[in-house]
Ligand binder design. Structure first.
Ligand SMILES: CC[C@@H](NC(=O)c1cc2[nH]nc(NC(=O)c3ccc(N4CCN(C)CC4)cc3)c2s1)c1ccccc1
Length: 286
């Protein structure tokens, strides 16, 4: 039986970050000393009746029932007259996009390990018919052992789905069937395969340091709709092969997640062998 939480149960620490609607703070549950992250959303800011309130409800409903090492846990939630509080797992190394900006781009062995973790998390989500729909570095956190944690399920839905809330923010990660709804012939419904496209965009951005279709709004739209991207020559042939098998216009032709996990580029860098572990040590274990 989930326990009833209230603000008095927590000591609030430093602000950790902020999103579009609200902030997140380091927090400690007084009786147990358990460290967590407390996300505070102001009801006033979640314009009543707009899509956002429903998104928060869906975020709670979906994320509370997920258990996977690469998905940020939600332990509970509560609210007072003005605010909604989400009790989240604390990810000790912060936001992935800041690491990516600082390092400019990741070495292939690190990118491959990250993509393997994302594929594992997405397989878990898709088995539960949950589509994340917003896979991008800004929504991924890094745990204390360097493992990735998908966060911010505000945009996730149960598959198949017909989008109703207007998208805003970067188009970079959206698949053709979401930027050009009528392109897939039938109504603008789509399924889990949108996350396969985003996984391809993520692979590209980890290795190149920028998104494949980054351009002006109009051009990004057009380039996504045509899967028009160039992969720089410094990207290995194996990584190039995986990117090209995910960034495919026809959702049905995108590489399925189990095949992603068996892809030569992933196997080459992720087989937990002597070599892989040694290399991690030489790389300063980051
Ligand atoms: C992804 C945005 C989303 N964030 C969460 O839900 C978030 C949930 C959650 N759990 N743990 C976090 N950890 C951190 O934010 C963090 C940041 C910096 C850290 N430092 C480590 C040491 N280093 C030297 C400096 C940095 C460590 C942890 C965050 S963010 C959000 C959405 C809406 C409103 C607020 C927040």
């Amino acid at each position: 039986q989930p326990r009833q939480f209230h603000l008095g149960m927590f000591e609030i620490g430093r602000p950790l970050g902020k999103g579009k609607f609200g902030r997140v703070y380091l927090a400690r549950e007084r009786s147990s000393g358990f460290i967590c992250a407390l996300k505070v959303l102001y009801k006033a800011e979640l314009q009543h009746g707009s899509g956002v309130e429903k998104q928060v409800r869906r975020e709670v409903e979906i994320q509370s029932n997920l258990r996977h090492p690469n998905i940020l846990k939600m332990y509970g939630h509560f609210h007072d007259s003005k605010r909604i509080f989400l009790i989240l797992e604390f990810a000790g190394r912060g936001e992935l996009y800041k690491h990516l900006r600082k390092e400019n781009r990741f070495p292939e062995w690190k990118a491959a390990q990250y993509i393997a973790q994302m594929a594992s998390a997405l397989r878990y989500l898709h088995r539960k018919h949950v589509i994340h729909r917003d896979i991008k570095p800004e929504n991924i956190l890094v745990g204390i052992h360097g493992e990735l944690k998908i966060s911010d399920f505000g945009w996730s839905v149960h598959a198949p789905n017909h989008r109703r809330t207007t998208l805003c923010g970067t188009l970079d990660y959206l698949p053709p069937e979401m930027v050009r709804p009528h392109g897939n012939g039938n109504d603008n419904s789509y399924d889990e395969k949108v996350d396969l496209w985003s996984l391809g965009v993520l692979t590209y951005e980890f290795l190149v340091g920028e998104a494949p279709f980054e351009d002006t709004m109009v051009m990004t739209h057009r380039r996504i709709a045509r899967a028009d991207m160039t992969i720089p020559s410094f990207v290995s042939p194996e990584a190039r092969d995986l990117i090209k098998k995910l960034l495919v216009l026809d959702p049905a032709k995108r590489l399925p997640l189990d095949a992603v996990q068996q892809h030569p580029w992933i196997i080459k860098h992720c087989v937990k062998g002597e070599r892989a572990t040694n290399r991690e040590k030489t790389k300063g274990g980051e």
